[in-house]
Design a protein around this ligand. Structure first.
Ligand SMILES: [Zn+2]
Length: 317
């Protein structure tokens, strides 16, 4: 659908969840924001372009390294070989290498006692193919789409180190990918799916503040419905509220743990106190929990004991 003149949202289905990609189409240049998974470009993008009478993609911005955002990069490269593949320099190694992304981002937790099952890694590998980044950026770049219309790339870390957002000042829209994740992810029918997967807490909070400062009229995310007006600010409030809640719960759990807790214990104990997720749906809480633990470590309130099996997080007060 066209949200504003030249600003298009293409909703795709990803396991019962919405996974939106975006087109910013000017008379001189067409920018695609995220590519979905490997099948997305042929299944959703090509038919949409045809329907809109568009026949090109000139710039492909990967908001960040995650398989549901970059999995279609190789397919877009095959369909539009002249297009320029862009991502942030800090996410480039993972955008360019599916195996590195799986091992270093998703399975970073194996040494802390939460390994990704081999079959899960296999199914992740099956939905994504990488395309080498042509232009690695740092934020602040402006892309001209037509006379009088340019968009700006913003560096908004937190969910990943190199997360990008697109700011379109003409329509006052932010295309934020996963830079803000409210109190969790939801299925398209509204049922809760899993916790918000931010990872670097101070960066995330700073990015929320920065994005909020744009006073956007339209918020375009990957996994939530389009938001307008007051709902945009409410979404930011929900997002930072979850961070505060999880931090408080973790401090309480850590202070009361004897012996000191492991990451899997903290995820299991914190999950029912911060959201409605059950069973395996709680596992993605490992991303923000480790982020909060690292923040407490760097402020000296927590230390990591090596432990006989997996590290334990010892409260210092
Ligand atoms: Zn993501």
């Amino acid at each position: 659908v066209q949200i504003h003149p030249g600003v298009h949202r293409i909703d795709t289905d990803f396991g019962g969840r919405t996974n939106a990609i975006y087109l910013l189409a000017g008379s001189e240049r067409v920018v695609l924001v995220d590519t979905g998974i490997d099948a997305t470009p042929r299944q959703y993008l090509v038919p949409y372009l045809r329907e809109q009478g568009l026949d090109r993609v000139d710039v492909v911005v990967s908001t960040h390294a995650d398989l549901d955002h970059t999995g279609g990069n190789a397919a877009v490269g095959e369909l539009f070989p002249a297009s320029l593949a862009v991502c942030h320099v800090l996410d480039r190694d993972w955008v360019d290498d599916v195996d590195a992304l799986i091992e270093e981002r998703y399975d970073e937790y194996a040494v802390l006692g939460l390994a990704e099952p081999a079959e899960d890694k296999e199914s992740l590998r099956a939905i994504a193919r990488a395309r080498p980044t042509a232009l690695a950026v740092t934020g602040g770049e402006r892309v001209r789409l037509e006379p009088g219309w340019e968009i700006e790339l913003l560096h908004v870390p937190g969910h990943s180190h190199g997360h990008l957002t697109v700011w379109d000042s003409r329509s006052r829209s932010l295309v934020v990918g996963d830079a803000v994740l409210a109190d969790g992810l939801y299925f398209t029918d509204g049922r809760p799916a899993f916790p918000p997967t931010y990872r670097y807490v101070d960066d995330y909070l700073a990015s929320i503040d920065r994005l909020r400062g744009y006073r956007a009229g339209t918020l375009l995310t990957a996994h939530y419905p389009t938001m307008y007006g007051d709902d945009v600010d409410a979404f930011f409030t929900t997002t930072s509220g979850f961070v505060a809640t999880l931090d408080g719960v973790l401090v309480e759990l850590l202070a009361g743990s004897d012996p000191p807790a492991t990451l899997p214990e903290l995820v299991e104990a914190a999950a029912p106190r911060v959201g409605p997720w059950e069973g395996g749906a709680r596992l993605p809480l490992k991303f923000p929990v480790l982020g909060h633990l690292e923040r407490l470590e760097s402020s000296g309130r927590l230390v990591r004991d090596p432990g006989p099996a997996v590290p334990r997080f010892r409260w210092q007060g």
